[in-house]
Design a protein around this ligand. Structure first.
Ligand code: ADP
Length: 159
């Protein structure tokens, strides 16, 4: 079984994430989506909510498994026998940090990182930008899947 992981915060999952996950799912037998638990940074959605949303919007991809992790991503990989991390590269601005991470991860454990060029339609897209625009009533319906749009609107109304 060829396995890969798509890691991230996914607070919440966007069409940009989904594009990378779907493309990885066509290249690998099993794709683990790993939702990072960051105890020092409270998100708009809890980790369980983020997982439920990703599961809902990837329901048509039957080789995608969604899990949480904390600690080192390479340990998550080692425990599950995952040799590859798949990441989307949006712009040159992503590159410095991603290169550092990739080199650290291969040095730590031999886990490779594969970069997938972002679909140009989503190259400006991030979860934080989506949240910011939604907060001020901007239309983000073309940037996130339907269930995420609903969850965002109802969460922001509660605030
Ligand atoms: P963000 O808050 O910037 O969306 P995440 O940590 O949730 O960040 O993103 C996890 C990973 O998903 C990123 O490292 C990147 O590989 C990928 N990703 C995020 N946004 C996009 C996008 N718009 N297009 C392609 N890949 C993306």
């Amino acid at each position: 079984m060829r396995r890969a992981v798509c890691p991230g915060s996914f607070d919440p999952v966007t069409n940009g994430h989904l594009d990378i996950i779907a493309r990885a799912s066509r290249l690998y037998d099993v794709v683990h989506v790993a939702v990072m638990i960051n105890k020092s940074k409270q998100g708009l959605f809890g980790v369980d909510e983020r997982i439920a949303l990703i599961e809902e919007v990837t329901a048509d991809l039957d080789n995608v498994v969604v899990e949480s992790f904390h600690g080192l991503l390479v340990d998550f990989c080692k425990q599950r026998d995952i040799p590859a991390i798949v990441k989307g590269l949006r712009a040159v601005s992503d590159f410095d940090y991603e290169l550092q991470m990739a080199q650290m991860n291969i040095g730590l454990s031999g886990v490779e990182t594969l970069f997938v060029p972002t679909n140009p339609a989503y190259s400006f897209l991030s979860s934080s930008l989506v949240k910011e625009v939604a907060q001020w009533g901007g239309d983000i319906s073309h940037l996130v899947p339907g269930p995420v749009l609903e969850a965002l609107n109802s969460r922001l109304r509660q605030r």
